[in-house]
Design a protein around this ligand. Sequence first.
Ligand SMILES: [Zn+2]
Length: 428
Amino acid sequence: MKKVYVGILICLVIVIVSAGCGKKYMQEADDTDWEQGTVQNITDAQSCYVNNKVADDGYGYYFTDGTKGKYYRIYYYDAGCEQAVPLCSKVNCSHKGEDCNAYYTADQCYNGYIWYQNGHLFRLEYDTKTGDMKLIYFDKDGSNEKSAGVLWNGENVVMNKVSDYEKNMILHKGYIYYCYETDMQEETTVYRLKIDGSGEKEQIGIVEKPEIEVKNQTIAVRNNQNRVYITVDYSVKDTAQHYMELYEYRLENGEFSRKMTEQAELDYAYQYDESGEHIIGVTGEGYGAVDLRNIAFDDDGNMYVYQSITGKVLKCNIDTGENVQIYQDDGYGIIECAGDCLYLNQKDTGSFDKQYKITVIDLSGNYIKQIDCQTAANSYPSGKNDIFMKKRVSSEQRVNSEGKNIMVEYLLYDMTTGESKVILEGTA
Ligand SMILES: [Zn+2]
């Protein structure tokens, strides 16, 4: 009899372990056709994670922590267990050294990017010998990695175009959509590659170069359910002018077209304190045009713009080009659209003697709530009840169990209670 009970007990333990904590807060869709995407909510949510460093599998969040140029460590936060753990299934691993499976060199997990789709995780891997930038997919426990293909070869590519601020790729409905710069004076090609490794990269459109002479260029790729958007921002040489364009790719028919062109001078002036040394604010009229740099999209053909300097929020119909002001904030920053809400994150203007905060409004511009962030925060609203955030730790110095300085906190902000819970203290 005793043996039977032990047997049952072992079975129970195995079931509990293999199911994680078992709390599934969103339906997962591992079995759907990759091109159809995952369950709508998950795809929606993932598209708003603007910097590609947080992924959601319906049970919790995957994210990367690490020092650029050295390593990244991939963590998994299980919403059922309410615990963030390194993505490593090695027995007796202390998860503290480079032999831990959760550790990746900066080349193996390029830029700390991580995505989730249909039961797999994805990262970029840069081959230092060949210069190839590959998309790698692997199982949710970190094992069984395979290459989906080469996005580009390092030769002639301006590598700094893959940076935190220039989001030149997204993973959406079975493809990675991306572009990269070879020569600023040439046109830019937009590509896509199947993420299951079943195809070669294909060209989906060309971003043409304007006739005017430009100096800096920033390209960003964004999406909603059925569209991929590419924006490009050029500084016009020898002037304070900016030249900005919006391109649209339609998933249903492969149509690629330019939707908007905006040219304007950024009107701003710094305000200084009494000593004249410290900048305490910025004034001015901002752009006289639609500022295509801070934008977000809903699924109904609208684009939302958070205008620099003035903090005006515009709602634009992409097909007609018409726009209307729906809100005005007392600062400016990043705009994100998730679910039925817009999130206005003032993560930079906080340094100008203003509050670091996120204002939540609905798609018509009605105020919903304000989240006080205290320090600059990267926010990844999922459209669900919580916002995943990465926040800089304020000045007092703290160390973790490995003796490393704690630089950031990863936390979940609960939209209902207004409370936030730290899930990891990060070192970079
Ligand atoms: Zn480990």
